[in-house]
Design a protein around this ligand. Structure first.
Ligand code: NAG
Ligand code: NAG
Ligand code: NAG
Ligand code: NAG
Ligand code: NAG
Length: 408
């Protein structure tokens, strides 16, 4: 197609102008940034199988230390592509100027992974998402997309929470809710000064012996999406922030814990962002955000080249009934390697990364970028004010850096 042809011609001209070397038809290389030994193994198997099947291009596997390291490698050319989840796609676009070549479709229709919904007991009357002040809430975990980014982004977006001069999200959230369970909010990693509000752990219950209260793992029985649902089922919270699938994953004996066996669909309802309520199966119109599936992050100029290669790979291995299978991680000891195991196919992303993230999710992430609340750490707030006053020219540079600090 034309965009591809244009970039090929550009490359050819570049070669002719700069080096006068003849352009031979070498097989292009694609280096994928992988994060674990299991992922590296699957990548190497894919590379071997692609060569064996004469798929044009050759795949190299580069080991990255973490997602941010992969972004840096892609930016400086030591890697070409990596699969990333929604929050990281946003950071890769905003902080590294990277784009998407492709995204996963799980349902064969669109690129949405799941919906974040607010769930409450049907018996809780007078409950509105637009008036959550002093209410109690259950969150899967601190700094998770479902349990933190989306609900807090929504509350900021609807002006219920104001971060203001405090520049401290946990403090603002603690002041807002009556009591909550946000597992991990008191962990040193997320609370280096030890002053995150205690009420953010008051709807947590710990393990059978009352230990590990508010732990950022399954020892806390209100941890994770099932735990947040349990927290509402047990009447400790008014609202749980969960995926649209969470309740169905825990019903009909799929979860054998007694709270889940006692749970009935009729006992629960969804709270909608406009302040109304709806039934559990109405998540398409009643959700806080549609969270997009993973995407393949690349340099802007590589969008087309990488997509063409991915297209060849999925034609060869996307529907494999035997041999190597692109969307399965069976046999590697981990799940979701290179792509989510739930992937049906990869679809091309023609627009910018924000088009993949979609309006509701972009609005949530932008809520964290309100000029008044870009900083988590008070010291940074002060630095910003000083820098802005003294060096207006540095303002945009600094805003950019700090936004990125917030994302990591
Ligand atoms: C691709 O990678 C191989 C192995 O690292 C290297 O020998 C070859 O020159 C590379 N090809 C291109 C076109 O960069
Ligand atoms: C193809 O993939 C399988 C795993 O599905 C692996 O065992 C095999 O070694 C791969 N073949 C090549 C040539 O790399
Ligand atoms: C590219 O970035 C990676 C990750 O930060 C770094 O390890 C590597 O040395 C960089 N390479 C070049 C050529 O700058
Ligand atoms: C696999 O086959 C189905 C049905 O023929 C098709 O809809 C789907 O797009 C194929 N997937 C890939 C990755 O080619
Ligand atoms: C106050 C505010 O920022 N509201 C925004 C919340 O998000 C929606 C999109 O979902 C925007 O349209 C609003 O402007």
């Amino acid at each position: 197609d034309s965009s591809c042809t244009r970039s090929v011609i550009k490359t050819l001209l570049l070669h002719i102008n700069l080096s006068f070397t003849p352009v031979t038809m070498t097989t292009p290389n694609f280096s994928w940034c992988v994060l674990s030994e299991a992922e590296e193994q699957k990548c190497l198997d894919l590379a071997g199988n692609a060569t064996a099947r004469n798929v044009r291009g050759s795949l190299l596997c580069v080991r990255g230390l973490n997602t941010r390291d992969c972004m840096e490698k892609i930016k400086n050319g030591t890697a070409d592509a990596a699969s990333m989840f929604a929050d990281d796609i946003y950071a890769a676009g905003l902080c590294y100027g990277l784009e998407l070549a492709a995204g996963e479709s799980h349902n064969a229709v669109d690129g949405i992974s799941y919906y974040v919904v607010a769930m409450a007991r049907r018996s809780s009357s007078d409950l509105s998402l637009l008036e959550m002040h002093e209410r109690s809430s259950c969150h899967p975990g601190i700094r998770t997309t479902v349990g933190w980014t989306v609900p807090i982004g929504y509350l900021v977006n609807t002006s219920q929470i104001s971060i203001g001069e405090q520049c401290n999200f946990p403090k603002a959230v603690g002041n807002f809710f009556g009591y909550s369970c946000v597992p991990g909010v008191k962990d040193p990693l997320h609370d280096p000064r030890g002053n995150n509000p205690k009420n953010l752990c008051e709807a947590c219950i710990g393990d059978e012996n009352d230990r590990h209260i508010c732990a950022n793992n399954h020892k806390e029985r209100h941890y994770g999406e099932a735990g947040a649902l349990r927290c509402v089922a047990e009447n400790l919270g008014d609202v749980a922030f969960v995926k649209h699938t969470t309740v169905f994953d825990n019903l009909d004996g799929k979860n054998q814990e007694s709270w889940a066996l006692d749970l009935e669909l009729e006992d629960l309802k969804l709270l909608c962002p406009d302040g109304t309520e709806a039934g559990l199966d109405e998540y398409l119109r009643c959700h806080l955000s549609a969270v997009p599936a993973n995407g393949v992050v690349v340099r802007m100029e590589d969008k087309c080249r990488v997509w063409k290669y991915l297209e060849r790979l999925q034609n060869a291995f996307g529907n494999a009934t035997e041999g190597f299978s692109l969307f399965s991680s069976a046999g590697y000891g981990q799940s979701d390697l290179l792509f989510s195991d739930a992937t049906h196919h990869l679809q091309r992303v023609l627009g910018s990364y924000t088009s993949w993230l979609g309006p509701s999710y972009t609005a949530i992430l932008q809520a964290f970028e309100d000029p008044r609340l870009k900083y988590i750490f008070p010291s940074l707030c002060i630095t910003r004010i000083v820098l802005t006053l003294l060096m207006p020219a540095f303002f945009f540079w600094f805003v950019h850096i700090s936004r990125c600090e917030l994302l990591f």
